[in-house]
Ligand binder design. Structure first.
Ligand code: AP5
Ligand code: MG
Length: 190
């Protein structure tokens, strides 16, 4: 199995690009954010626990998302691999992922990182707020906290994966089609 990590700050275009990536390379898209929003919509115990954290722009505990990822790996078989969107997001999650894959002598194939500057994050999220109605897109404090959380907790993973020779960065500031072309050019190598 191939294990691609779709990396980038909030609003970089991970979800947008994931759709065509999974189709072209026959991958299973796993977005931890989407899985958590489904739990919230279903009113599950896990959803209740996650809601206040997500609405404040903080991360949910590592064990929760690690459990979600492992159960998807176990149940999905009929694909060439997985596209992890929004996971890992902390060094602890990256280490947990390495351990999970090591059990079957597998490893992360590559990190596809979509980068945009902080100002563009805000523009894109505000634009999406008017279309999708996501609770964590609705107010400035939450958006600012998501950006802060990204820089503090998630950005260190750039060095983590550079150190393993797995990091590939793409400029995410162009049009959706321009970014997609760059991603495909990069992924064709794996
Ligand atoms: P998550 O759902 O992962 O949100 P996020 O990381 O904040 O990322 P977004 O979904 O906001 O952005 P995106 O990159 O997918 O952008 P999109 O394609 O939609 O996580 C939500 C929360 O869940 C977290 O804050 C945390 O609390 C929790 N969580 C999730 N995973 C976790 C984990 N592993 N550990 C702990 N907690 C976790 O694009 C944005 C907008 O821009 C769209 O309107 C789109 O149409 C537009 N757009 C996209 N590309 C372009 C372009 N090239 N040009 C112009 N517009 C564009
Ligand atoms: Mg997304």
């Amino acid at each position: 199995m191939k294990y691609f990590i779709l990396f980038g700050p909030p609003g970089a275009g991970k979800g947008t690009q994931a759709t065509s990536m999974v189709e072209k390379y026959n991958l299973r898209h796993i977005s931890t954010g989407e899985l958590l929003r489904k739990e919230i919509a279903a009113g599950s115990e896990l959803g209740l626990k996650a809601k206040s954290l997500i609405d404040s722009g903080a991360l949910v505990p590592d064990e929760i998302v690690e459990g979600m990822i492992e159960s998807e790996f176990r149940t999905v078989k009929d694909v060439n691999g997985f596209l992890l969107d929004g996971f890992p997001r902390t060094t602890a999650q990256a280490e947990a992922l390495d351990k999970m894959l090591a059990k079957t002598s597998e490893e992360v194939t590559a990190v596809v990182s979509i980068m945009i500057p902080d100002e563009m994050i805000k523009e894109r999220i505000k634009h999406r707020a008017s279309i999708e109605g996501r609770a964590d897109d609705a107010n400035d404090d939450t958006i600012n906290n998501r950006i802060k959380t990204y820089h503090e907790k998630t950005e260190p993973l750039v060095e983590y994966y550079k150190g393993k020779g797995k990091y590939n960065e793409i400029d995410g500031t162009g049009t959706i089609e321009e970014v997609r072309t760059k991603i495909f050019g990069m992924m064709d190598k794996f």
